[in-house]
Design a binder for this molecule. Sequence first.
Ligand code: ATR
Length: 276
Amino acid sequence: MKKLYGVIGDPIEHSMSPIMHNDAFKQLNLDAYYHPFHVNREDIGSAVKGMKALGIRGFNVTIPHKSSIIPFLDGIDPLAQAIGAVNTVVLEEGEYIGYNTDGLGFLKGLEEECPFSIEKKKVMMIGAGGAARAIFYTLASSGIEKIDIVNRTVQKGEQIINECPYPTNSKVLNLSEGSLKMNDYDIIIQTTSIGMYPYINESPISLEFLSKQVFISDIIYNPFNTRLLIEASSKSCSGQNGLAMFVNQGALAFKKWTGVLPDTDRMKNIVKSQLG
Ligand code: ATR
C-alpha cells in the first residue's frame, strides 16, 4: 500500500514541499505520496490524532504549529526539545516522534555553498526569533562556539544564549553595534523576515562599515536576492539565499522517513523552477 506523508500548516497552499518530496519519491521508485494539509491553529491536537488514525508515516510541520504541536506528540528528540520547535514528525513503532531539521538543514546548506570551511570561523547571526533559535542551537550542538547574536531587542538574543543547552562563547549586540563590528566576523547569517514580502526593499542591518569579504547567508529564498544580498554583492561579498537550507531541511526529513537521502541538487532545481 502507498505510504502517506504530508505537511501541516496555515497557510499551506503555497508550500513547495509537496512537489519536492513527491518528485523525490518518484525518482527513487518509492510508492509514497506527500500531501499538504491545511490545519487551523485550534485544531492541531485533533489533526495529530487524525493523522495517526489514518496511518500517516510522517509529516512536516510549519507555521503556526511548530511549537504548539509538542504536547500532542509521543516523544521529542533532545535538539528539537531544546529549540522548542518541531518541523518533522516520524512514526516510529506506532509513536509520533518530533524532530527539528531546520538547523541541520541550514548547516548542510552552508557547508554546501560557503567557499571556505566554517570550522573555527566567527559567526554573526542577525535575528532572535524561532529560525534563529533553531540555527543557533544546532551550530552550538555541532561545536561552533563563536556565534554572536545581533538583534533589535537585545533581551531576546540573551534569552537564546542563556537557554542554550550547549556551551557557547556568545554575546549579543544591538543593530548599530552589529553594523559597526561586522568586520570582526567571517560569516553573517540573516534570520529575520526583513527582505521578504512586504519588506522586500528593506535590510535588517546596514553594511555601511563592512570593508572585508564576509560570506552572507540569508535564510530568505523568496525573493531569491534580498536587499541585503544585493548590497553585499555590491561590496564583492559572496553569499547564499535560503534555498539550500529549505531543500536540506526537507531532504533530512525525507531521510528520517525513508532511510534514503534524496538528490538535493534536483530538489533545488524544482523549487527554483516553481518560484520562476
Ligand atoms: P521567526 O520565528 O520566523 O524566526 P520571529 O519570531 O517573528 O520570526 O522573529 C523575527 C525576528 O525579526 C526577530 O529577531 C525580530 O527582532 P525583535 O526580536 O527585536 O522583534 C526581527 N525583526 C522583525 N522586524 C524587524 C525590523 N523592522 N528591524 C529589525 N529586526 C526586525
